[in-house]
Design a protein around this ligand. Sequence first.
Ligand SMILES: Nc1ncnc2c1ncn2[C@@H]1O[C@H](COP(=O)(O)OP(=O)(O)OP(=O)(O)O)[C@@H](O)[C@H]1O
Length: 250
Amino acid sequence: MAEPILRLERLRKRFGGLTVTDDVSLAVAPRGLHAVIGPNGAGKTTLIHQISGSLRPDAGRILFEGRDVTALPVHRRARLGLARSFQITSVLPGFSALENVALAVQARSGSSFRFCRPAAGERRLNAPAIAALEQAGLGARTHAPAGALSHGEKRQLELAIALALEPRLLLLDEPLAGTGPEEAERLIGILGALKQDHAILLVEHDMQAVFALADVISVLVYGRVIATDTPAAVRASAEVRAAYLGEDAA
Ligand SMILES: Nc1ncnc2c1ncn2[C@@H]1O[C@H](COP(=O)(O)OP(=O)(O)OP(=O)(O)O)[C@@H](O)[C@H]1O
């Protein structure tokens, strides 16, 4: 593999007596989609939080493009290009899709928020915001109020906001959660296009999406990585089936 964009070295995290991240070492390639799967409570979200910087590991290192970011706060990592998709709660429902994304661009550029002069009124912010909306498949909904978007479109808006930060690695925690079959299909298409020129680390329960999109899959069980391999090898692994895929594998 080319030099990894992200390397986790023996990461550990405990909550009380529970080891939720147990000596996790992983290398994520600079292009393509790396999925992390595992049963409920395996520690997937906890892992994403440690990578984005909202949780500090108890031990181990996180190297982003060769640089040790283990001690850096979320915003410093985001500036380096390590972006986690925003939760829907951070979207402003009364503002248009474009304004929401433009505010994210503005936040990244470091200028102050000026609500009396809508951020979307500034061409400097508009161009990258529109590009991010198009990449997220929302080009036709640019001026719709965020509050009027369907559930699937809101997930696309979250994606657009993350893309507006021009990430070098995009961290996605269950981007398909709560979507219907058609919305899921659309999002899979969008993520499939995005992974052509982005590195994506995806946590997702939807196995159809994972196997359609992933170039590499890591399987997490009780905080430990039990396999990191191609989708075909993971699907064929007896250990993975026994530990996790069992009921879903068919
Ligand atoms: N802040 C916390 N304090 C204590 N325990 C926690 C905390 N956050 C998570 N846990 C526990 O850590 C374990 C791993 O949780 P985590 O949410 O990372 O798993 P997950 O693989 O993302 O699960 P799911 O697939 O259900 O989203 C669970 O047992 C959870 O209850």
